[in-house]
Design a binder for this molecule. Sequence first.
Ligand code: SF4
Ligand code: SF4
Length: 437
Amino acid sequence: MQTSFTLAQLADPDIAEADKILRACVHCGFCTATCPTYVMLGDELDSPRGRIYLIKDMLENDRPATADVATHIDRCLSCLSCMTTCPSGVHYMHLVDHARAHVHETYRRPPLDRAMRAFVARVMPDPKLFRWSLLGAFFAKPLAPVLDFFGLDRLAAMLRLAPATFPPRGERGPRVVPAQGARRGRVALLTGCAASVLTPEINAAATRVLTRHGIEVVLAKGEGCCGALVHHMGRRDDALASARANVDAWMREIRGAGLDSILVTASGCGTMIKDYGHMLRGDPQYAESAKTVSVLARDVSEYISQINVLSARSGPPMVVAYQAPCSLQHGQKITRQPKEMLSKSGFVVKDVPDGHLCCGSAGTYNVLQPQLARALRDRKIANIAKVAPDVIAAGNVGCITQIAAGTEIPVVHPIELIDWATGGPMPGALRRPGNTV
Ligand code: SF4
Ligand code: SF4
């Protein structure tokens, strides 16, 4: 694609990056077929190619975002399915990240939209505030239809997404969990933000699996939200502040007792941390450290596959529908490892038809775009039902929350099943009353 940025515009490294990405696009349109919003809405402007044109036009003319541009960019899930499909290697993720920041900085949203976004950006990355808001949502859940009636569909979506039972408080705070037996490795595990409140059992299971197999686990002092939630809302400075805080926390460990890897159990966060090197490339104080952190970042399934500690066993005779999170399959290109880990542990693993399409979770998308998110979730659940699973496994808290809100089939993280198969407790979702597994 030809571009016409001026030399003055190209002096801005972000514009120079956008220019490089735009030039790679040959507008073949292959990406449209695998874009969930194009599949659902059939509008070219809600396809990757259409958005690329909108972004090009906005950036080349140095124009503030219009309401129309904001609408089409907002509807993008950042699922990155288009990147998997694109034959020309267009780095859509970096392009849309830049566009979201431009929208945030140049477009004044309607007051209700602004208030909602400010609330989500303040509450979700803060575990304390998020826990309180979850408590409120838990009791207000029955009011969701009333909010819908008054057109407050985003608030209604928040209530519907709140778990049916209030999550137990997990063990919090920095600590080191020693390896059982001879130590064969030392890793940091991201505690993060919303995941630590919604599903503390996932990191607890990961810690048990790792320490059981000789890996020391560090929960580093000072780490917190990876920044993805605010990054996807275009709040670049907030996202960079989170990234810097995490880089500082892990570099202290790297320079101290050392780390083999930095593990993440929520693939949305993993994709973000693997991008810290790019995000902070222009910051002389952080560029090198951020690159080090990104190089060490691993999804937990990737690490377990890499160190090859699981031995083949016959596990519970259960059919697991493997729901591949977009951030894992498209963002990190990890497709094989979670399924291999489950098969090796004795589970019967089935792929979900149309598995490349997002479940509609996508960070804060299911709150900010509730109708589209719900349609995608229903489509996903219908596809999952085709493989008649006993349990659904997804390596991302967002997918787990989104899918669990629409089905009675238990939804767990793969690492919880591995923990169970290697001597840990049965996952909580399988122990729910009425569950016959
Ligand atoms: S598939 Fe790639 S090259 Fe083709 S239109 Fe989409 S982004 Fe552009
Ligand atoms: S990231 Fe997903 S929703 Fe956005 S344009 Fe690409 S395929 Fe479509």
